[in-house]
Design a protein around this ligand. Sequence first.
Ligand code: ADP
Ligand code: ZN
Ligand code: ZN
Length: 715
Amino acid sequence: MPNAPVQLEAIARIALPVPLYSAFDYTPPAGENLPAVGARVRVRFAHRTLIGVCVSVNPPDPHAAPKPLLSILDAESIVDAELFDLAHWLADYYHHPLGEVLSTMLPNAAMKGAELTWQPEALWQRTTLQVDLARAPRQRQLLAFIDRNDGSATAVEIRAAGFATAMIDSLAHKGALEPGKRTYTLEPAPTLTAEQRTAVATMKTQLGNFVPNLLDGVTGSGKTEVYLQLIDLVLERGEQALVLVPEIALTPQTVRRFQRRFGATGVMHSNLTDTERMTAWLRCRDGSTRILIGTRSAVLTPFKNLGLIVVDEEHDSSFKQTEGLRYSARDVAVKRAQTLGIPLILGSATPSLESLHNVTTGKYTRHRLFSRATGAAMPQLHVVDIRGQPLRDGISQSLERRIAKHLQADSQVLVFINRRGYAPTYLCTACGWQALCQRCDARMTFHTTPRGLTCHHCGARKPLPSWCPDCERDALVPIGVGTQRTEIGLNERFPNVPVYRIDRDTMRSQRRLEARLEDIRTGAPAILVGTQMLAKGHHFPNVTLVAAINADAGFLSADFKAPERTAQLIIQVAGRAGRAEKPGEVWVQTLQPENPVLKRLIDDGYAAFAEMELEIRRSAGLPPSRPMALIRSETADPTLGATFLAELKSSIGNDVEVLGPAPAPMARVASRYRHQLMLVARTRQQLHRALAGLRGRTGPRALRWAIDVDPYDTF
Ligand code: ADP
Ligand code: ZN
Ligand code: ZN
């Protein structure tokens, strides 16, 4: 009998989407070769069938008897070398299992075993046929939307605008819509301002090299125009560009602005179907998408020939994933640009302290744009000292007078409150009882429409009690102010002017938001009351007064990052004012006008505030001067978390400072108790060594725990 051929490599190591840090060994399916590294395979694992990715092939281990793979799904790797390295880097840096990293990176459809094929984008356009839609108001609205959208729209755009796919079919059936091909009317680039020109000229010389840039420019300074002109140069070199934007800013207007300059673009966001996402992914990989505009996860897309990454509004919280693989898309963008040897632009009017810190240490190059591209003046910031002043629905008399003045001048007013509902507290003035959530350590918010109490942390709802459940007296009152209350109050005081409330409760769909924004853009006098939904990305040319009425809370919070976030919000909202011809002013109501941090922000601007806040962080030994990680635990048991975290802590060496275990600032949410350990180190290396030592530790069955490197908040 002839000798069997010597098999040097007979084992495939498979990373599986399970919360375990190791990969698992399998032999090839009977009669087949080993899978390629990077190919998907189907395996049996713990009585389930799973799809994983082959991460290496190895010589057989005489001491183990691995099971055969069920099947090999790909003849070759579907993960290119750069993406594979990125997966390993993510697994190391965020201390997350490689199998879960890979399943986060690959399109959902691929992880479900679908073939890697893409479908052409469905584009619908108007026909000239007039159809009777008298009894189909939604279909009429859809046609009006398509008309506004230059006569055509993709299925993705139509869905994003809040219309059902079935409506497209029915309009197509009636002959009002037909499949089409989009034609773009391209618009020429404007002449750059001197500041923009300097920034573009510098970054132009960086193409083909890794240079991280911070484009620090006031709202309306033309940062987007700087991106556009650099992207133009990148496309000329035959390369692709990736533009990351915050969740809330990825609007049809944003996409259209890119399309007006360059024609077709790809988009990637959480609203795509599995097939659409797979298509967008593959089209970037094979190079047919030249520009991808996307939210957080778009940073994990493979490209054939990427030449530039832009992260717009780099300070925005939506770039950080807060569960599973807790990555920061901004930081991953830096890593990718470095690996690929390409420039990166982080843009913001309110840069994160991390990025400013990186400017100070010389890691990033900062470019500043001090003035608005259109020549409009920057709004002036002031404080309203409300100590001892009566407030009505959150508004002081002096602010009320100012609002009246701006409305009389035919302008619009924007009132910013970072809180939904009518009032954050509902209490008994006789005995002090408060409406608390039974499942969270939180008060329930009083809402007028729909009327009742709601917990903003777990979503629990309760009808409004008419008498105090404790003392049974009729003495319940709402305390404090949210958007609903201010809306109602302003409506009473300014009955002849529309008051538009813009928050998650009123703007549940993109379509409603768009319609509302259209009302506002007519420029007629109006009051806009809203949460941070108003702070991002929108242009309100006729808003000349911006008021932040309860910004104080942010400067007093227990979370060390709260002042930074609050300052960013104030400046972002302020940036909505006076973007056109009329100059704008911004008033911040405060009970602590002498607060040095707030004072610095108002008097000297964001950059000066940031310097001060960086100094505070430095002297407290907090990020960004030292790296931090949180270990969070969550369990139904009130004390288990603390016990488990104390155990983890005892195994951490003493070159890392460990604070806790302590209950999380919001200690109980949805009946689950949350604890945390805070790790702060002098160097990243020390931090990573400590975290690596904790990997794979298993807690009690009923407890979930996770490592969060560079946490966005400490809640
Ligand atoms: P940012 O991204 O910094 O907020 P944008 O790029 O959106 O600023 O520009 C703000 C406004 O100024 C936009 O309406 C834009 O069309 C206009 N704009 C930008 N650059 C120029 C320029 N060089 N000349 C004229 N208008 C410009
Ligand atoms: Zn009572
Ligand atoms: Zn709750």
